[in-house]
Design a protein around this ligand. Structure first.
Ligand code: 8IG
Length: 270
């Protein structure tokens, strides 16, 4: 089975498991974003990802392994609680399997969230930042290998990878939202201070280990993508403190609810 066939099969199973053949919006909730799910709408079904096929078991603390089908007004939202990362040893096709499944299940809008290190001066821990563009520093792509020309093009244009229309919608809900460029490293180690300076020189405002391959896969299938980074630490060498995963999760939990409500308002205005 190719990754595209696997995602089509998972989309079918998702329809059966949720009793809903088509969903409209996918939301991927990263590290510490669990509380945001409660804000989106009425939970209609919750399905363990392993039941859908194609998903590896989650390994990192703070990452769940279910997808919720949520009724939000007249929209049906798929909220993934947890995601798959390259640093767990998975291939790009596994990292983007959830997003592909969601888009093939009907989602024309994909909202990606993550926790990130802040690089740009002025960004504060606990601040949510709209992703305006990205740097793929992983050296990997989810589009390598045989393409399904009926599903998406061989060569994908990423000029508007992060939808200007959706960003404008988000800023209409919260005019105080700042935008930034998200740089994705493969991890799992955090950067050295020299690598953070390199990313800054390349134009990065935020640094993390997720989201970018999912954006590429969603754009390939023609979905519109919106993204939020929650700054949960300042990148290495910027605060004079060492980075600690527990601290990262605590900071994320505090702000997740606020940003969850913001996502709900954006979904209502799509
Ligand atoms: I949260 O400082 C979080 N994720 N690469 N660097 C990278 N990923 C992160 C960081 C960070 N903080």
């Amino acid at each position: 089975m190719t990754p595209y066939e696997a995602a089509l099969a998972s989309a079918d199973r998702l329809g059966e498991a949720t009793g809903c053949e088509r969903h409209d919006v996918a939301v991927v909730l990263g590290s510490g974003w669990g509380p945001a799910a409660e804000q989106i709408g009425e939970v209609v079904a919750e399905v363990p990802l392993v039941e859908l096929g194609g998903f590896p078991a989650a390994t990192v603390a703070g990452h769940g392994s279910t997808v919720r089908s949520i009724a939000a007004g007249d929209r049906r939202v798929l909220a993934f609680l947890g995601r798959t990362h390259l640093y767990e040893g998975h291939e790009p096709h596994a990292v983007v399997h959830g997003v592909r499944t969601a888009v093939l299940a009907g989602c024309r809008t994909v909202v990606l969230t993550n926790a990130a290190g802040g690089i740009r001066p002025g960004l504060a821990v606990g601040q949510a930042v709209l992703i305006a563009d990205h740097l793929n520093l992983t050296g990997r792509s989810p589009l390598t290998g045989a393409n399904r020309d009926d599903l998406g093009p061989r060569f994908v244009d990423l000029t508007q990878a992060w939808s200007p229309r959706l960003r404008a919608l988000a800023r209409a809900v919260d005019p105080s939202l700042e935008e930034g460029v998200y740089a994705c490293f493969a991890g799992p180690q955090y950067e050295t201070p020299a690598e953070v300076r390199m990313a800054r020189a390349m134009g990065a405002d935020l640094v993390g280990m997720s989201t970018v391959l999912e954006c590429i896969a969603a754009r390939h299938l023609g979905a519109e993508v919106l993204g939020f980074s929650l700054v949960t630490n300042l990148a290495a060498g910027l605060s004079g403190e060492v980075l600690d995963h527990a601290e990262v999760l605590a900071a994320g939990a505090a702000a997740a609810e606020r940003v969850g409500a913001l996502i709900a308002q954006v979904v209502a205005r799509l």
